[in-house]
Design a protein around this ligand. Structure first.
Ligand code: FMN
Length: 219
């Protein structure tokens, strides 16, 4: 019980501690062991049907990050942060993506691929004859945001700062990083690292609506 209470306190404390970091300390790097956990927060993110219509491009090359700066509304987080993750959707997911996933399921679960045929048909049916008007790339983008949230929350728990960013030009990122040629498209980016001690944004109180204004209990 004591453990649960202190864990709950810590979670809340870290959620309040995190903020969209405007200024990273370029000299502070995320240690490898911590990065490995953050990497797994991406790999383990849930998605609709488990399809994982995404790839996470971690831009390590400093020159490439510099080249992305003019396409990031000049936001220096993309060069100063320890790591830069570009969250991308797999464009126009189709039957081949379902087949790929089902092959992986069969491998991981140790079952013949034929046993998963019904499941594959359900997912293909959803993609090809959706039950409601469906923009598949929008749908994939929604999955990507779940991975973003899991990444940011994990980072906060580990004392790593992040800044979710839509302030960039996806087409330019796709070109600079060669994503289009690979069938992917950037949706959102997230620098991660450690805040600069003089980032004024860190001191600003969080502006949120009152709990009772955003959480409604229907009894
Ligand atoms: C999807 C998304 C896109 C955002 N894009 C940017 C951005 O391009 N640059 C930036 O500095 N902050 C960006 N933000 C940060 C928000 O402005 C910030 O999360 C919000 O004001 C709440 O503040 P807090 O995260 O510091 O608590 C973005 C946040 C989200 C969720």
């Amino acid at each position: 019980m004591t453990t649960a209470v202190s864990a709950a306190d810590t979670v809340l404390q870290q959620l309040k501690w995190r903020y969209a970091t405007k200024k990273f300390d370029p000299s502070k790097k995320i240690p490898d062991d911590i990065w490995k956990v953050l990497e797994q927060s991406l790999v383990l993110a849930p998605s609709s049907f488990g399809l994982q219509p995404w790839k996470f491009f971690v831009v390590r090359n400093p020159e490439i990050r510099q080249a992305l700066l003019p396409h990031s509304w000049g936001q220096k987080q993309v060069v100063d942060a320890s790591h830069l993750v570009v969250f991308a959707i797999k464009k126009d997911v189709d039957d081949a993506d379902v087949d790929r996933y089902v092959r992986r399921m069969a491998e991981v679960q140790g079952v013949p691929v034929e046993n998963l045929e019904k499941f594959a048909q359900v997912v293909k049916g959803f993609l090809n004859n959706p039950p409601y008007p469906l923009d598949k790339n929008e749908w994939s983008a929604r999955q990507v945001y779940i991975a973003l949230a899991q990444f940011m929350t994990t980072a906060a728990m580990l004392g790593v700062d992040t800044c979710p960013m839509e302030g960039f030009v996806p087409d330019q990122y796709n070109q600079v990083l060669g994503l289009t040629a690979q069938g992917y498209s950037a949706v959102v980016v997230c620098p991660a690292g450690y805040r600069a001690s003089d980032d004024p944004q860190a001191q600003r109180p969080k502006v949120r609506y009152k709990t009772e204004d955003v959480v409604d209990y229907i009894d």
